[in-house]
Write a protein that binds this ligand. Structure first.
Ligand code: AMP
Ligand code: ZN
Length: 147
């Protein structure tokens, strides 16, 4: 997968639609199109790297920093998460399907095991515009755009 046929590079170039949660010079975060729970977000470096081996350390650090902020936003904002998974699937054996390195930020709620299992099976979107607004609402305004 190169930048020309990469679905995430197409989002970076605004050639494909996405519900954007955060953007800065080096990173972009947007809702997963097939969420396992409401608010499931992906954080990517804008620069294309297919996997962890190719990912420059500085891009990895930036992705983690943004994922951390979004995780906090999910806890303190309207998403009202009680917990969050930060997940990187690296390689086909680990179920990586898009070969542009990315981190999943998946909100969890107490007692959501059954709904999470259902979400894993159906991966259906629920009102993406409102969901995006709810995730963004938890971001500290003063920290937006921070590198
Ligand atoms: P992974 O299995 O870690 O490679 O996950 C790739 C994720 O990207 C999956 O959860 C997909 O639902 C998600 N995905 C694929 N294409 C898009 C897209 N165009 N916009 C948003 N999310 C996408
Ligand atoms: Zn890419």
């Amino acid at each position: 997968m190169t930048t020309d046929d990469c679905p995430f590079c197409a989002i970076v170039r605004s050639e494909s639609p996405a519900i954007r949660i955060h953007e800065d010079e080096h990173t972009l975060a947007f809702l997963d199109i097939r969420p396992v729970s409401r608010g499931h977000t992906l954080v990517i470096p804008k620069r294309h790297s297919p996997n962890l081996e190719a990912l420059p350390v500085d891009d990895g650090a930036r992705v983690f920093a943004v994922a951390q902020r979004i995780a906090l936003a999910m806890r303190r904002g309207p998403v009202a998460a009680d917990g969050v998974h930060l997940v990187v699937n690296d390689g086909r054996a680990a179920m990586q399907t898009v070969f542009h390195a990315h981190m999943h930020v998946v909100p969890r709620h107490r007692g959501d095991k059954v709904s999470l299992a259902a979400g894993l099976a159906t991966r259906r979107r629920h009102d993406p515009q409102q969901t995006g607004a709810d995730v963004r609402a938890g971001l500290e305004p003063g920290r937006e755009g921070e590198k």
